[in-house]
Design a protein around this ligand. Structure first.
Ligand code: HEM
Length: 409
């Protein structure tokens, strides 16, 4: 009997196809069957091991895709406003410009600043829970993603940036389309949707920037506008727009799904739910395990700027390395029984915020939001229950639910 072995390139094609996106985890295992660092085809290597992903993210010779690499792989990229927009942000910039941009915002996300924000996040959570209590009072099902998981992170990042409350709900649909541009392996028609969304968001941000220029306030948009106006060498107008687009979208489209995954796991396991309500140390581990198990950002990629030996594998200059953090998080060499959701695991350290110089700026904030929101939600509604079949949105890279029906009892 011949056993069919899926090839790495087939697994990658399946993973970004509509069906594979719904559950990419078996496809990561199909790649892992060929090794922890796998040649997919000429010029493309995939990292699926924990150590391999970690090293790839920290390798100084590996670069993120920037304007010059886009010129090589997709010369028409400038005709897409979404690609132009993000390419001006720190996430698509290499040293030395990367550090210049990153330095301008990191001060707002330090552990100390995030700890100071905690009471405000508790207050925002309380307000949202009051609202849930009202709309769910008759016991009818409601979508937790729309009514809670998305509203909290958007309220938090909007407060930091200085986005008025009335504009926040509009962001969800726009951001979902903006984020398509980060998917990388996407289609032209999807990219057209991302372009339209980025155009809409840019017009909005342009107005916000003008308002803050006229009337500055104590927020990040005002601070960045001030840097831009006092010294254009530290931040150009395009970079200002690119980084605001990044912060606004990365700031909630990801944390939303951390909350969604976290709530769902707890609703399915009463023992975890009970401990989340009373044990802050358990909650910290629980959030880490949720990040490991269902990373809201499944992967990223790097380009070899020179020939590199990566843990014994020769990676020629110009090779693209697909860093599958979600697969690294399920590496059985690092996590025994990786497909088991187990918040009692020691030393979790998921790869979900990436690593190296592009390590997620908002990691302390996202963690804090989840550590605050999950226990508060579960304590407030002891009868909270899933009230229908949750569905995943049709995205591979930014994985999460688009519909999570619950009732509050
Ligand atoms: C659960 C929530 C989050 C997840 C899973 C997440 C994930 C990531 C990942 C994987 C990267 C690195 C991508 C790469 O190296 O190619 C990243 C970068 C980034 N994230 Fe997050 N993120 C989250 C929340 C946030 C929040 C709340 C913010 C803040 C506003 C934020 C802002 C950023 C920024 C600005 C970068 C670019 C950093 C750089 O290029 O130096 N993220 N994030």
């Amino acid at each position: 009997m011949t056993v069919y072995v899926m090839q790495p390139d087939e697994a990658i094609a399946a993973m970004v196809a509509p069906e594979g996106r719904l559950n990419p985890y078996p496809l990561y295992e199909a790649i892992r069957a060929h090794g922890d660092l796998v040649q997919v085809r000429e010029g493309l290597i995939a990292a699926v091991g924990y150590a391999e992903c970690s090293r790839a993210l920290r390798e100084p010779q590996f670069r993120v895709q920037d304007a010059s690499s886009y010129d090589i792989v997709y010369p028409e990229w400038r005709s897409h406003s979404s690609l132009r927009g993000f390419t001006n942000s720190m996430l698509f910039t290499n040293p030395p410009d990367h550090a210049r941009m990153r330095r301008l915002v990191t001060g707002a996300f330090t552990a100390r600043r995030v700890a100071e924000l905690r009471p405000a996040v508790e207050r925002m959570t309380d307000q949202l829970l009051d609202r849930l209590a009202e709309i769910g009072a008759d016991g009818s099902p409601m979508d937790l993603m729309n009514e809670f998981a998305f509203r909290l992170p958007v309220a938090v990042i909007s407060e930091m940036l200085g986005v008025p409350e009335g504009d926040q709900v509009w962001f969800r649909a726009v951001a979902a389309d903006v984020m398509i541009a980060l998917e990388g392996l996407t289609t032209l028609s999807e990219l057209a949707r991302a372009d339209a969304a980025v155009d809409e968001l840019s017009a909005y941000l342009g107005e916000l920037i003008d308002r803050r220029r006229r009337t500055p306030s104590d927020d990040l948009v005002s601070a960045l506008v001030q840097v831009r106006d006092s010294d254009g060498d530290r931040l150009s107008q395009d970079e200002l727009m690119g980084n605001l687009t990044l912060l606004l979208n990365a700031g909630f489209d990801t944390t939303t799904h951390l909350l969604g995954h976290g709530v769902l796991q707890a609703l399915e396991r009463p023992e975890f739910r009970a401990r989340l309500c009373v044990d802050p140390d358990f909650t910290v581990n629980y959030v880490e395990e949720t990040l490991r198990f269902e990373p809201p950002v499944q992967a990223t990629s790097r380009w070899a700027g020179a020939d590199v030996n990566l843990m014994g594998t020769e990676v020629p200059a110009g090779t693209k390395v697909l860093v599958l953090m979600a697969a690294g998080n399920r590496d059985p060499r690092r996590f025994p029984q990786p497909d088991r959701f187990d918040p009692d695991r020691p030393d979790i350290q998921p790869l979900s915020f990436a690593g190296g110089i592009h390590y997620c700026v908002g990691a302390p904030l996202a963690r804090m939001e989840a550590q605050v929101a999950l226990p508060m939600l579960l304590r407030r509604f002891p009868k909270l229950a899933v009230a229908g079949t949750p569905t995943f949105r049709a995205r591979w890279l930014a994985r999460g639910h688009n519909w999570l029906p619950v009732s509050i009892g």
